[in-house]
Design a protein around this ligand. Sequence first.
Ligand code: ZN
Length: 353
Amino acid sequence: MLRLSFLIIVSIAITACAAPSKVKVNYDPTEVSAEAALQRELALKKILSYKKRLNTVSYPILKAATKFCTAKRSYSMGARGSSSSDYKDAWRTTANKIFSGDEYTVTWVAEKGPAAKSGLAVNDRILSINDVEFGTSNQQHKKFYAEASRIAKNTAPIKSLLVKRGDQLLEMDIRLETICGYPVVLRESDAVNAYADGKRIIITKGMMRFAQQDQELALVVAHELGHNLMGHLDKKKTNHMLGTIIDLAAAANGVSTRGTFANMGARAFSQDFEAEADYVALYYMNAAGLPLEGSANFWRQMAAEHPGSIGTSHSASHPATSERFLAISNTIAEINHKISAGLPVEPNLGKSK
Ligand SMILES: [Zn+2]
């Protein structure tokens, strides 16, 4: 009976779809293209706000974890920028409005970072680094980015930074600071996911919406940094070769992820690696001066959204959300004990936890 009524509903739905529409809506093509331009502007601003939040949350972690990050460090002025030449076609027109034409515009500055201390501000335009101008041609842009990359690798210091603010020209002297050399990148996907590829940390837009509190997003970033710093990818080369790792979202085991992750390929890390990444993540967060209490709630939220991830299963790639909540709570207690006992607050690596 249930099946019969289902079939009837389906056939009604199909008939309804096939019926010709009775309402004819006319659009003025000029108005449509003006509306499209407005919507592209909203979309670009939205992406910039995602990136701003991601940078603000992840930068202090990358900075604080430097002491654990001996193999791969980078040199940063604590600022990000963009120009309309990073965009194509209609998006370039939109970007031109936002990035003051084709100038290299500062989009984010880390609070109390080197750039902020030297007075660099959002919307400033960087005209040149070490006398290498951003210029107007793609070739010149490449030279500018190459100089910025030399600076990040510490093969060249910043000698001068020429900045335009309104009509004012400013010359700044910025001292770089050392951070972990794993850039945190936003992926424009609605899947609730985050992963590490040994070189970068990738967080989806879907994950940023899921991790509503910055503290939860910090846990995700620190967890992925843990995979990179603990060399989990080197230890599991087969995964690395597949390129992309389904990570936190695969914690929702028992939930079919086939549709959502079909384009993401690859298998997840092992349960031991997951537990280890959670464990060190809390030490990185603590080093960054972030509050730890409440961060385990991320896993309660994940459980509420994906009930299939609550139960334990040894065949699953990730520990159950119930185990992860408790493991995180225990690690927080361990860190608090070390702080109150005046012990060094370092992860107990190579010892039983
Ligand atoms: Zn993981």
